[in-house]
Every structure is written in C-alpha cells, then in structure tokens.
Design a protein around this ligand. Structure first.
Ligand code: F6R
Length: 259
C-alpha cells in the first residue's frame, strides 16, 4: 500500500486524474468508477482534461461499483444517473461502454452473476476508483462483509443510510438495499485508487490502513492487494500514526515510478 498525503482535496483529485489519464493514454482501458462525493473532483478534472487537453475515453470501458436496489436507472440518485451526469456524459465514452448494475432487475441473483461475467469478459478492471464510508465500507461492502465476497445484494447500515441521506429529499427515501461488487471482485482490479478527504474519513482511513485486516473494517481488505494507492488530504490523514514515514518515503520516491 502506498499512502500519499496531499495538502488539499484538489491535489487528491489532480493526482487521481493523473493516474487515470496515464492508464487511458496507454491503450484500451477498463475503468472502475465509484459514485458519492469523493470522486467528483477527479471526474471534474478528467472532464477538464478532455475538453482542454484532448484526453479521450473513446477506447475505454467503465464499470460502476454499485447501485441502489429499487431505484430505476432514470431516478436522479441512481448511480447510473449520477455517474452519467457527473462524468461519463461529459466526455466521449462510446454508447454502451459504461456498465452498471440493474437495481430493478427481477432476478437480482442473475443480475449479479451477469455483472461478474461482464467484468471478466472485458478483461477485468485496470484501475478502480474507490471512496470509503465512515464505517470503513468500500463499494457497499459494509462491516463484516467477507473479504472474499463477490458482487451481491447487501443491506446498508444505519450509519451509511444517514451519511447518504443528504442526496435524498427525505432520509426515509434512502434505499435499504444495494447491489455491490464484492471485496474479492474489487481486489481483482489491477490498480486500486482509494481516495479520502476530510476529517470525517480520518478514523476509517486509519483503521483501513494501519489497523488489522478484518471484516469489521472492509477497506482493510485492500492491504492484501499488490497495487493500492491511498490518496488522502491532510484532514483525512490526521489520525494516521505513521504520517511522517509515508510523507518521507513518497517524497523520496523516483518520479519515474508514478503511482
Ligand atoms: C459509491 C461507493 C461508496 C462511497 C462511500 C463514500 O459508489 O461505493 O463506497 O465511495 O460511501 O461516499 P462519499 O464519497 O459520498 O463520502
């Protein structure tokens, strides 16, 4: 795991966008996209580079991490809508290159199996953007998710429903259930970019990065992955015990290594 502590959220967004740009410019790429507030700055930066710097996503495919159960894809808070409005419709993905889970599928078991097969058929995810929940979830793998879990239905914790209530008119509108890539699925992506900003994420980041690998903190499963970049601002890094070590080693890393 490489922990990169950056001064401000804009630096996190720029650094994440650099890694994604490098991947996309290297050839046909499969991107893993998270929703929520965390990656919005990264998406805005990628849109800016598309408009001003000719960065093209025409050769890329994308897979969403998760989706609410019971929201049609036309609902403004469905992750289909959010990712389209915040990112993919503003760049040049070819139609049908952006894949998501269908939270309205009649047969949810068949839907999650279809999604796993689609990711595999695309050759797997090259670079996966992740946010972290205040309870340590990644995707919607809530505490006690199996570290080997696959895409499946999950029940949101009370804390996550409260955290996400800001996106809905009324807290009771936050769905109880979601479909999410599992921790085992996520860990098959070739490069994981875990992003976190703000004091509210500091405890979860400390548990994920410096705590034991434990189902109680699902993001700690990322410690088992060979290529993880944890990009955090000062506030999200504030509970890390070994901040100076991370800053020192990143500061002395050869520039050609990248993330
Ligand atoms: C969203 C997702 C979630 C969020 C997490 C943090 O696709 O998978 O794990 O990344 O809940 O949400 P924000 O970024 O809104 O704080």
């Amino acid at each position: 795991m490489e922990i990169v502590i950056l001064p401000a959220p804009a630096d996190v967004a720029r650094t994440a966008a650099d890694a994604i740009e490098q991947q996309v410019r290297s050839g046909p790429s499969v991107l893993g996209l998270a929703t929520g507030s965390t990656p919005l700055g990264t998406y805005q930066e990628l849109i800016r580079r598309h408009r001003n710097g000719g960065l093209s996503f025409a050769g890329a495919e994308a897979f969403l991490l998760d989706e609410y159960v019971g929201l049609p894809s036309t609902h403004p808070q469905s992750y289909h809508s959010v990712i389209r409005d915040e990112f993919t419709a503003n760049v040049d993905f070819v139609p049908d290159a952006v894949h998501g889970l269908d939270g309205m599928a009649e047969d949810l078991e068949a839907e999650v199996a279809r999604y796993e097969a689609a990711i595999a058929a695309a050759g797997g995810v090259d670079i996966q953007i992740l946010g972290i929940g205040t309870d340590g979830h990644v995707g919607f793998n809530e505490p006690m998710s199996s570290l080997g879990s696959r895409t499946r239905i999950k029940t949101l914790t009370r804390q996550t429903r409260e955290d996400n209530a800001r996106f809905f008119g009324d807290p009771s509108e936050v769905p109880e259930h979601v479909l999410t890539q599992g921790l085992g699925t996520i860990r098959e992506a070739r490069h994981l970019l875990l992003l976190a900003m703000g004091e509210a994420k500091a405890e979860a980041i400390a548990a994920a990065v410096e705590g034991p690998v434990a189902a109680l903190c699902p993001a700690s499963a990322l410690q088992l992955h060979p290529h993880v970049s944890v990009l955090v601002d000062e506030a999200a890094a504030s509970r890390l015990a070994h901040r100076e070590y991370y800053q020192d080693t990143f500061g002395r890393k050869p520039a050609w290594q990248g993330l």
